[in-house]
Design a protein around this ligand. Structure first.
Ligand SMILES: [Zn+2]
Length: 222
């Protein structure tokens, strides 16, 4: 199995704007530190794809995988698309939605990513199989009740907010709710993480439970 490209993150989201609301500061902070970040978005249209292109330009995203699929068409068939993005980006970690999110598209995205990270690592299926080490689940509207990790985004907040504002159609539709939510939530997470602003995640370890994982064989646990 080929190894992870050193320091690559793949962010998989249901809609244009989720990448900013859930992980904008985290993306920009890692890009500033030399990490390559790719974004795969499951749905979109002409207007919203222009917005996500502008937002990801500000965040410093390397490759952006877009579609013009409708919101209600997120289904299991996207499984193969996410596997394709994983095999192309070869990320060490994937950031995606949280399974406890109230939005069913976000829930489906989280489920598809979990299954895809598992399947993409099967050497018996893919010659270029790739093992993702960890999946980080982010929050959008539904707050995570028990996050495992907070990323300090104090330095990258301004850029992340500027990126979020590129999603003009959504900001307008929701009467600035998203920028206010992002401001308030990152401050609250900052209080909890003892920094000015933060983004919260839970960590999912892919099972990699198939029978061909020599990497799962260890001499000792600590
Ligand atoms: Zn969304």
């Amino acid at each position: 199995m080929s190894g992870s490209e050193e320091g690559t993150i793949l962010v998989v989201v249901a809609h244009p704007d989720d990448e900013c609301i859930g992980a904008g500061g985290t993306i920009r902070r890692h890009v500033d530190q030399g990490v390559k970040v790719d974004v795969h978005c499951m749905t979109g249209n002409e207007e919203r794809n222009e917005e996500i292109k502008a937002a990801c330009g500000i965040l410093g995203v390397r490759s952006l995988y877009l579609s013009e699929r409708d919101d209600f068409a997120i289904g299991e068939e996207l499984f193969n698309e996410v596997i394709g993005a994983i095999l192309k980006s070869r990320p060490a970690i994937v950031i995606t939605h949280h399974s406890s999110d109230y939005n069913r598209n976000h829930q489906q995205c989280a489920t598809i990513v979990n299954q895809a990270t598992e399947w993409a690592s099967h050497k018996t299926i893919f010659d270029d199989a790739h093992r993702v080490e960890r999946v980080y689940n982010m929050e959008i509207n539904t707050m995570i009740s028990r996050p495992n990790v907070h990323v300090d985004i104090t330095e990258s907040y301004a850029a992340a907010l500027a990126a979020l504002k590129k999603h003009k159609s959504q900001i307008k539709k929701a009467d600035s709710y998203y920028t206010e939510l992002y401001d308030a939530r990152t401050r609250l997470r900052g209080v909890q993480a003892k920094c000015k602003r933060a983004e919260a995640f839970t960590i999912t370890l892919p099972e990699h439970a198939g029978p061909f994982y020599e990497n799962n064989s260890v001499d000792r646990l600590i």
